[in-house]
Every structure is written in structure tokens, then in C-alpha cells.
Design a protein around this ligand. Structure first.
Ligand code: ADP
Ligand code: F6P
Length: 324
């Protein structure tokens, strides 16, 4: 018989992402509407081990849907990677009467959720990361806001780049993944997009392209460089030396993680928050909420973590055609 869930814990873990608050709000209000108690766990697994656990009522999530960051705060916690830390975490859940936990975070956080599930605490994950690098889902909470933030910033750099007829290298986040770079590259009409999944480190080809496009009359040359490739400042120096074109590097950095979530992030995060509660109430555990091929679905965490995903080949091909 499925375990009955009376008290649901919720935590955010790993890097924060805009829309996490919308997910927390949905978890709290959906759970309360189903007659469950909710406990907020602060600072991810670190807060769980420190027993930073607070009761949450509907009013505690008022006025947060529009706010970036996470009201529960987040952390990375090495102690929780150990079997001892995980056993202690499960014991603390039992002590506080938490029968199910909703973990909002990325792959690392889901490994923690997987361990808690194996120790008898029902767990459901919600994909929350600006990087879009979770294989089982086409959507992660925060990506939409992050790419819109980056796109607006890149438009601004482009204005000054055109005025000065410069080459601009703009580095965007994404850890080892190039999704933010690819989406911005297309949205901003970049002349070159460098993705960790595709880049062959042929800098001479890049230089030749800059020279060729300048001859064709392009007044700027925007290169979107993914964080996974990095080294934008030294790349700028080499390009300027080889082309004679003034070249500047801009690293957008953590501004991409903040700000008020877009409508899409608010709505999808709210839906996923409710779904996570519904799954727990159905007695499900060790599952991830996802958005795949236009539908909200859920996957077994073990299967989800074993999946792989790569850059959309068609999107990558057209990005090159569009930059002529
Ligand atoms: P993300 O969730 O965004 O991928 P991290 O990889 O930093 O971020 O993971 C967040 C946290 O999840 C870690 O600080 C740690 O507490 C927990 N975690 C990561 N890997 C494991 C693991 N193998 N087992 C248990 N917990 C883990
Ligand atoms: O995973 C989100 C992310 O912003 C990545 O894009 C980036 O590589 C990393 O987190 C930065 O982490 P920190 O906030 O620890 O500098």
C-alpha cells in the first residue's frame, strides 16, 4: 500500500534560478489545499542537516511569485554526498515528521533526492537551473528568464559594438552546456556562437570569419562564447592582434541568475510545483517532474539521471545560416 503523506518538506539546492519562488509557492499552496502540512527546509541539504526547518502557511509564500532567487535560500553541501550525511538527513526528516520531500534543483540535487528515497523518505524533484542541462526535460525553471536577461544585455553591448565598429565577445553562463549560448546566439543575431558541445578550438577559422564579414560590410562582430569554453579576455586579445579590429570581452556572469521571472517561468514552475505535490499524494517517490515534447510528465529519477541530451542539431545548423 502506498505510504500516506501528511507532511511535505520543500528545499532548493544548487544554483538558484528565477522561478524557484513560484515553485515553492505552488508546493505550499497545493499541499495546503490537499490538507497537508508543509515544512520549508532552508539552505538545501546543508539546512536539512542543521535542522533549519520552518512551518509554512499559505501566507508565508505571499508576494514571492514575482521575485528572483529563492526565499528558502540555497547551498551546496558536501556532507550530504556521504552515506553518513544522507542517513542523518533521513533521520532528521523522520524526527520532524516529514514523510515526503520536494527537491528543486539540478542533477546533483536529484542524486541527493535519490538517496533519501532509498532511505524511505518519498522524494520528488523539480528541475530548477538556468543551464537547461537536465536530460529528461525540455524545460528547466529559470532558463527562460536567464536567456531573456542575457538577450537584453547582449542587445546593449551590440549597440556600442556597432558604434565603435568593434568585435565583441560576450560570455554567457551554462556550466558545461551551451543552451544559453545557442539561444542567445540566435535571438541576438550573433555572427559566431561558440558552444562547448561543438567548438573545435580552430581560432584561425574564427579570425578568418571576422575578417571576411568585415569585408562584406558588417559594422560589428558579435561572438557569443559559452562559459564552458571561457577564456574570453585572452581570446579578445588574440583576435584584436590577428585582425586589427578593436575587440572587447564582456562576461555577463551572475546577473543571468537574478531578476523577476518571466511569465513562462512563473507558469511552468507553478505547474511543476503542483504536480510534485500531486505525485507525492499519490504515493509516488524517486520521481522527477519534467516537460517533454510539449507535455508535463514525470520520470523515475534513476532513469532520468541515466539519460543524455545534446544540442539540437537543426537549431545549431540554422544558427550558422542566420549569421551570414
Ligand atoms: P545542481 O543540483 O544544480 O546540479 P550541485 O551539483 O552543486 O548542483 O548539487 C547540489 C547539492 O546536491 C550538492 O551540494 C550536494 O549537497 C547534493 N549532491 C550532489 N551530488 C550528490 C550525490 N552524489 N549524492 C548526494 N547528494 C548529492
Ligand atoms: O548552474 C547554474 C550556474 O549559474 C552555472 O551556469 C554556472 O557555471 C554556475 O552555476 C556558477 O556557480 P556559482 O554561483 O557557484 O558561481
Amino acid at each position: 500500500m502506498a505510504k500516506e503523506i501528511n507532511t511535505i518538506g520543500v528545499l532548493t539546492s544548487g544554483g538558484d534560478a528565477p522561478g524557484m519562488n513560484a515553485a515553492i509557492r505552488a508546493v505550499v499552496r497545493e499541499a495546503i489545499s490537499k490538507g497537508k502540512k508543509v515544512k520549508g527546509i532552508k539552505r538545501g541539504y546543508a539546512g536539512l542537516l542543521q535542522e533549519e526547518i520552518v512551518d509554512m502557511e499559505a501566507k508565508d509564500v505571499a508576494d514571492i511569485i514575482q521575485r528572483g532567487g529563492t526565499i528558502l535560500q540555497t547551498a551546496r553541501c558536501m556532507e550530504f554526498v556521504t552515506p553518513e550525511g544522507q542517513a542523518q538527513g533521513a533521520e532528521i526528516c523522520r524526527k520532524h515528521g516529514i514523510d515526503g520531500i520536494i527537491v528543486i534543483g539540478g542533477d546533483g540535487s536529484f542524486k541527493g533526492a535519490q538517496k533519501l528515497a532509498a532511505l524511505g523518505i518519498n522524494t520528488i524533484g523539480i528541475p530548477g537551473t538556468i543551464d537547461l542541462d537536465i536530460s529528461c526535460t525540455d524545460y528547466t525553471v529559470g532558463f527562460d528568464t536567464a536567456v531573456n536577461t542575457a538577450m537584453e544585455a547582449i542587445d546593449k553591448v551590440r549597440d556600442t559594438s556597432t558604434s565603435h565598429e568593434r568585435c565583441s565577445i560576450i560570455e554567457v553562463m551554462g556550466r558545461g552546456a551551451g543552451y544559453i549560448a545557442l539561444w542567445c546566439g540566435i535571438a541576438n543575431g550573433a555572427e559566431d556562437i561558440l558552444l562547448p558541445e561543438k567548438y573545435d578550438y580552430d581560432e584561425q577559422a574564427l579570425i578568418n570569419n571576422i575578417i571576411e564579414k568585415r569585408k562584406k560590410g558588417k559594422q560589428h562582430h558579435i561572438i557569443i562564447n559559452a562559459e564552458g569554453i571561457g577564456h574570453s579576455a585572452s581570446m579578445a586579445k588574440r583576435i584584436e592582434a590577428a585582425t586589427g579590429i578593436e575587440t572587447r570581452a564582456t562576461i555577463l556572469g551572475h546577473m543571468q541568475r537574478g531578476g523577476s521571472p518571466t511569465c513562462k517561468d512563473r507558469v511552468y514552475a507553478s505547474t511543476m510545483g503542483c504536480m510534485a505535490v500531486d505525485l507525492l499524494c499519490e504515493g509516488k517517490s524517486n520521481r522527477l517532474v519534467a516537460y517533454k515534447h510539449g507535455e508535463y510528465v514525470d520520470y523515475d529519477i534513476d532513469e532520468a539521471l541515466a539519460m543524455t541530451k545534446s544540442i539540437d542539431e537543426y537549431q545549431y545548423e540554422i544558427s550558422k545560416n542566420l549569421s551570414r
